[in-house]
Structures are given as structure tokens and as C-alpha cells.
Design a protein around this ligand. Sequence first.
Ligand SMILES: Cc1cc2nc3c(=O)[nH]c(=O)nc-3n(C[C@H](O)[C@H](O)[C@H](O)COP(=O)(O)OP(=O)(O)OC[C@H]3O[C@@H](n4cnc5c(N)ncnc54)[C@H](O)[C@@H]3O)c2cc1C
Length: 437
Amino acid sequence: MRTEPGIWRNWAGNQHCAPHAVDRPTSEPELVGVVERAAAAGRRVKAVGAGHSFTSIACTDGHLVDLSRYGRLLHVDPAARQVTVEAGMTLRGLNRKLAARDLAVENLGDIAYQSVAGAAATATHGTGARFRNLSSQIVGMRLITGAGEALDCSPTERPDVWSSARVGVGALGLLSTLTIQCVPAFNLHAVEEARPVDEVLEELDDLVDGNDHFELFWIPGTRWALTKRNRRTHEPAQPRRRWEAFRNEVLYDNLAFGAMLRIGRRRPDLIPRLAKRIPSAGRQEYVERSDRVFASPRLVHFLEMEYAVPRVAFRPAFEAVRDLVARMRVPVGFPVECRFVAGDDIPLSTASGRDTAYIAVHTAIGAPHEEYFSGVEAAMDRYDGRPHWGKLHFRTAAALAPRYPRWQEFQAVRAELDPAGTFANPYTDRVLGPVGA
Ligand SMILES: Cc1cc2nc3c(=O)[nH]c(=O)nc-3n(C[C@H](O)[C@H](O)[C@H](O)COP(=O)(O)OP(=O)(O)OC[C@H]3O[C@@H](n4cnc5c(N)ncnc54)[C@H](O)[C@@H]3O)c2cc1C
């Protein structure tokens, strides 16, 4: 997230806004004060976590509430393995605090720069057919409503609010604290290797169900996929040598693709040849603390769209993307990432009510993405696809509502907590409709 006088920009730099004021609260009374002042002046309020969403979900012309100074660990319940944190704590900070207490988050996405509240708001997920997304680990919340009241919710206290607010799309109030269900710390036995993509697709169910966490990155223009298989283990850590980790995470994951993207932007015709070189990094196997395996640095900035489809529809949905890529006039220079997550019971979670496969497509910043992303989106429509709330898409509430059977539950909670639309912005107007709709 970057700021320059008067302007806020997200991580990718593709969204910006000029808020009326930027507030940096350090306590809950200050959070309440922002909501009260804004509501009295008829202005809107938008919290921002780490600005890692690609959509304009965190933009506002009202009060931008920057939570980077509101991220302390408040309480640990060792018996229940639950921790309560302020909303602005980053996942990286959370991972450190948990590791020091022999605890961990059950599953994580690719990076850990996000804030806990921001990650939850968009149903941020990792991979693992038996494991659900991060929002599903939230067992309690305290949020500031549009009336400036602090409301506690959990499975036993206002369960309707808790149920919806775990994926609130930033529209239900200002999250003040979150209580997270953790698990005992664990290591992951990781195997990363390039394999022919068709072979991977043939074995897909065995790979997805036979590993705790499986994901694949198909490299367009090649018959190769990079695969990552992680098994949860109590084996002691056998980390990669520092150089190996640096080579793979920094040079290989970031700079190699970054170089490919930069060259590819000027000479798209070279992309297929460059892409063929990437899988040559070979195979690596290591055992590491879970959060260090799940998340790695992202130095190359890019744009992303990600769609959730029922897991049973993965194969045809993936083939539709492969066909589209083959027909694209400009070669695609960034891998297509595929992950698998268990269904959950959260009204607006992208995995709500169904075991889910995620298909993510990327382009370089500055490269044209509309043709590629709208082509993928049209294909995902055929499989009841749900776009990641924090990643680029072009759909509106009218298209999305029928894809979420519990849409009205969310809207009822929204109408109660924020009747005046204090937490709305043009993005929520587009994807959720106006309050009370
Ligand atoms: C490099 C990169 C890698 C990524 N990898 C993954 C991945 O592996 N898996 C995945 O699912 N997603 C991934 N994402 C997407 C990312 O996890 C989500 O967009 C997430 O929402 C970003 O968190 P944030 O803290 O930056 O939130 P922001 O983008 O700052 O905000 C997101 C939403 O949360 C709301 N919000 C933030 N704090 C509060 C609060 N206290 N109260 C109420 N609402 C609040 C904001 O208002 C906004 O509506 C990735 C993004 C990037 C840039």
C-alpha cells in the first residue's frame, strides 16, 4: 500500500482514491470516534488493511481508516487454542506470535502481508481439500456498526451477525477485534516439482485428496505445470539452505517471472520460449514450519483475477481457460494457479456450501488484461463461478446474487448494521447493490 499527499494507492497500484481524511486509530474508542464523526457529517467510512486487494474494495472519498497502528495481540486462551487480535494485525505478525506459543493458523494463502481483518473480509484462502479458508477460523468478532456501537458476535452471541461478518466484504462495519481458532504448531513436508500438465490432470483427484495441500501452476505456452505438495508432519524441520530458499522464492518465483513479464510486454512473441526455461529449476523437497511453507515473498507486482468453481467442475473450467489462452492474440506470460479448498458455511464466502476449486489468472502491471480476464470470466460463468472479492472482475450484484444461495442473510445483517450505507463505496454498490436492496 502506498500513499502520496492526498492519494491512496493499493499494492498493485491499479486502484487509487482521494479520501476526505485518513484516520489512523490506535484504540477502539478512536475507531468509534471516526464512525461517529463521519456519520454526523454524512460521509462514508472505509477501513483499509494492507491494501493487497486488486479491486477498489478499500477505496473511499470519505474517511479512510488505516489500521496499521491497530494490530496488537490482546488475548491468548491456551486451552481453547484461540487468540484475539486487533483488526490491523498482519498475518505475518500473527504467524510470529502464534509460533512463539506453539500454535499456528490451520491454513494460509500464498502471502502473509495482509491484515487479519482484510484477509477475512474477502474470504482469503490457501489450498487443501480438507481445509477451509481463513474466515472459517474466526470464532468471535467485535465490530463497530454504522450507529457507532461496538457489537460482539460469535456462534453463541448474535450468531447471525457472526455468520455473515466472517466474510463481510468491508460492508458490515469496522471490525475492531477478531478471535481466531488456532491449531497446534505443525511442520509441512513440501515437495515442489515441474511435471507435464496433462499427467497432473490425469492424477488430479489423487494429488488433491492424497496430499494435505496441493496446488498447481500451469505455465501457458508450455505443457508444464509447477506442482506443490505439502503434507502435515511432526518431522523436525529440514529447511532449504538459505541460498536454495533465496533462489527459489526470490529469483525463481519472483524475478524470473518478473523478467519474463517485462520482456514479454515488449516482445510477447518470446513468452513461449522464455516460459519453457522456467520449469528447469527441478525438484526440491524440504520440511519447514507451516507458515514459512504456505507464504512466500511477492516482489513482482501483477494484476490478478481468481474464480471459485465447484470442485467437480474444475476440469472443464480449466480446459476452458487453456482453450482461451491458446486463442489469445497476445501470449499469456504468467502462470495459471489452481487450488482446492473445502466448502464452508459462510453466506458470502466464495466456497460457501461447496467444495471449491480456484483458478487464478495474472498479467503484468501495464499489460492489457481486459480481453484475457473477461474471456476467463465468461468461461467461469458457465460453471457458476464466484469471483474473489479482492481480485479483479467485472460482475455486478445482479449476476452474483443467484450464485450465493444465502445472499439475503447477508443483506439482512447489512441492512440492520449499516442502514445508512456508511461502509459502502462504489465497489460494494456494484457487487452488493445498495443497502436494503
Ligand atoms: C501478492 C498477492 C497475493 C495474494 N494471495 C492471495 C492468496 O493466496 N489467497 C487469497 O485468497 N487471496 C490472496 N490475495 C488477495 C488478498 O488476500 C485479499 O485481497 C485481502 O483482502 C487483502 O488483505 P488486506 O489486509 O490488504 O485488505 P485490503 O485490501 O486493505 O481490504 C480488503 C477489504 O477488507 C476491508 N477491511 C480491512 N480491514 C477492515 C476492518 N478492520 N473492518 C472492516 N473491513 C475491513 C476493507 O475495507 C476492504 O473492503 C493476494 C493479493 C496479493 C496482492
